[in-house]
Design a protein around this ligand. Sequence first.
Ligand SMILES: [Cu+2]
Length: 169
Amino acid sequence: MVMMMRALTAVAMAVAVVVAAVLMEAAAAATYTVGAPDGLWDLQTDYAEWVKTKTFHPGDRITFTYSPELHDVVEVTEAGYDACSSANNISAFRTGNDVVPLAAVGTRYFLCGFTGHCGNGMKIRVDVVDGGAASGPAASSSSTTAASPAAAAGLGSGLLVAVLAATFW
Ligand SMILES: [Cu+2]
């Protein structure tokens, strides 16, 4: 009976570890450096292409890295984005290493306020979508937590061993 209790305790602990791992996976927020790895916040990067390979969720952050003498970052409305106008800007960043939290679901628009830069492609549209239904292995593959599914699989094996042990003890 004591052995049985020990086995059940082991199973309960294994289950708790797996549940904790799943919860951590769901809560993992990613930070993306705009334009990286092939570019940065500059005139060379194709931002429409860059965002295509990412899925942004609330809690994620984007970082704009650039030389403040050459560029800046202005958050604008959709109208400002379309017209390349920072006249009615929402906010402006000028440090050269600007971290912008993506707190909520919605679309954010950023452009470079230096003359001519937006017209030459220095603008980016970031769609922030709900992570609820999409936070499976497919969604996490684009984040910085690519190792987690493997870790979860390892924990799954541990759970199986615990269940087998409980059966045979
Ligand atoms: Cu610029």
